[in-house]
Structures are given as C-alpha cells and as structure tokens.
Design a binder for this molecule. Structure first.
Ligand code: SAM
Length: 229
C-alpha cells in the first residue's frame, strides 16, 4: 500500500515537534494501563524516546489506553536502574527523581528547559533507594487531598507538560525546544513512514533508502518488501 500524501504530511508535522532532550525513565512500572498512559502523554508532549526498567525484565503489554502511541514513542529498555541513569547522564540529561520524601523539593522550583529526564517510581513502592541516590534532584508535586500520592501516569503528565510549558515560554525558544533535526529527523521519518522496510534494512545492515518530496522511496527495493506505513 503506498504512503498517502495526507499521511506523509501528518507524519512530518508531528515529527517537527518531537523533542529529543526531554524524557521519562520509569522504574518497575507493572500495570499495562499506566505504561500505556505514560507513553500516550509522551506522544502528546512530543517526547521522542522514553526509557524503562522492568521488574525481572517482564515488560507489561500495552492496552487500549495507549491508543497506538507505542508506535510513535520509542521505548528503550534498560537492564537495571543504575545503568539507565548512567546512560542518560552520559547523554547530558539532568535527572529528576520523583518521590514523596521530606528532602524532595517542589517541582515548580526548577528549570526544565535543558536536557531533562523525570524518573518515575513503581506503583506500590515508589522510587528505589538506589535511584533516589543517583538522581540529581528529588522533586514532588504538592498534594492537598487526603490521598498521599498521584497515579504515576498522572504525575508523569504534570511534569512533562510543565517542562513543555517552560520551553515554549522561554526567551530562548525555539532553541530551547530540543526539536530534532538532521540525520535523526530523516532516520525517524523513514521509520515512521515505512516501519517494515526500516526493520528489513536493519536486519540486512543496509542504510535506509532516500524518500522523494512525496514520501515515496526512491530506490528499487526487492518485490518481497512491500511498502507499508
Ligand atoms: N507508596 C509510593 C511512595 O511512597 O512513593 C507511592 C508511589 S506513587 C503511586 C507511584 C509514582 O508516581 C511515584 O514513585 C512517583 O514517581 C509518582 N508520583 C505520585 N505522586 C507524586 C507526587 N505527588 N509527586 C511526585 N511524584 C509522584
């Protein structure tokens, strides 16, 4: 099935707003609807890639709450929280651990216009001791009700939209936006337009073919590789 022009335009306009320097790292989230809701929020905010560590490496399935957002937000899985944090720090992210402990600070006190990763804890236990020690800052969202905490996907949404708000209001905008460009843009554009061809290229260690201005693949590929978007 060829890529329809309207679909190509939609993909390009969404990709134009994808952000590479704002992300979420989840630690041992177990409930499919929570992971699904977090990825849906990531898609809405424009997060290019989310990160996760799963208990016993068991990945919860996505459910209808995700509304297909798992196709548009890459989820990178890490072996453990220490490695995940180290890898994000090496990429220049400042890590904000979310927890309800006394030494945590009000999330509104920080500037999230630089490379920012919010670290979210498990539904039952919250953030592990190890993660709490390794993050750069501990933050909390003030609660005024009878219940002590928010649902983890709701807390993720509050933080991600705050980061987006700050970036859009920054005098440094659009430089502060963290939008993607160059090679990463073209790579992601191809993967979104032709996920199956992209998988085939990866399996065969081939570079992705070029696209023309209408989003059609310029190169002649084997007949067995049908173009699907
Ligand atoms: N009993 C757990 C605890 O003491 O941390 C509650 C975990 S809460 C249901 C799950 C996760 O949601 C937390 O680890 C945190 O990432 C996030 N969260 C929930 N409410 C929050 C709040 N008010 N401020 C910051 N993060 C919150």
């Amino acid at each position: 099935m060829p890529l329809l022009p309207r679909r190509f335009e939609k993909i390009k306009s969404v990709l134009k707003h994808r952000i590479s320097n704002l992300t979420i790292l989840t630690e041992e989230i177990e409930k499919p609807h929570n992971l699904s809701a977090i990825l849906r929020t990531c898609d809405a905010v424009g997060v290019l890639e989310a990160h996760a560590v799963f208990r016993d490496n068991k990945i919860p399935t996505f459910n209808s709450t995700a509304q297909g957002s798992q196709k548009w937000v890459k989820l990178s899985k890490h072996e453990n929280i220490e490695r995940a944090i180290k890898s994000l720090k090496q990429k220049g992210f400042k890590l904000y651990g979310t927890n309800l402990k006394e030494d945590a600070k009000d999330y509104r006190a920080f500037d999230y216009t630089g490379a920012t990763a919010f670290v979210m804890g498990a539904e039952k236990w919250g953030l592990s001791e190890s993660a709490s020690h390794l993050v750069d800052e501990s933050i909390f969202i003030p609660m005024r009700g009878m219940v002590q905490s928010l649902n983890v996907s709701v807390a993720s949404a509050v933080l991600l939209f705050e980061a987006l708000r700050q970036r859009e209001e920054s005098s440094d905008y659009p430089r502060s936006s963290g939008k993607i460009s160059g090679l990463l843009y073209h790579k992601t554009l191809f993967e979104w337009c032709y996920p199956e061809v992209a998988d085939w290229c990866k399996r065969n260690s081939r570079a992705y073919p070029e696209l023309d201005q209408h989003g059609e693949i310029i190169e002649n590929l084997p007949r067995s590789i049908k173009f699907r978007c």
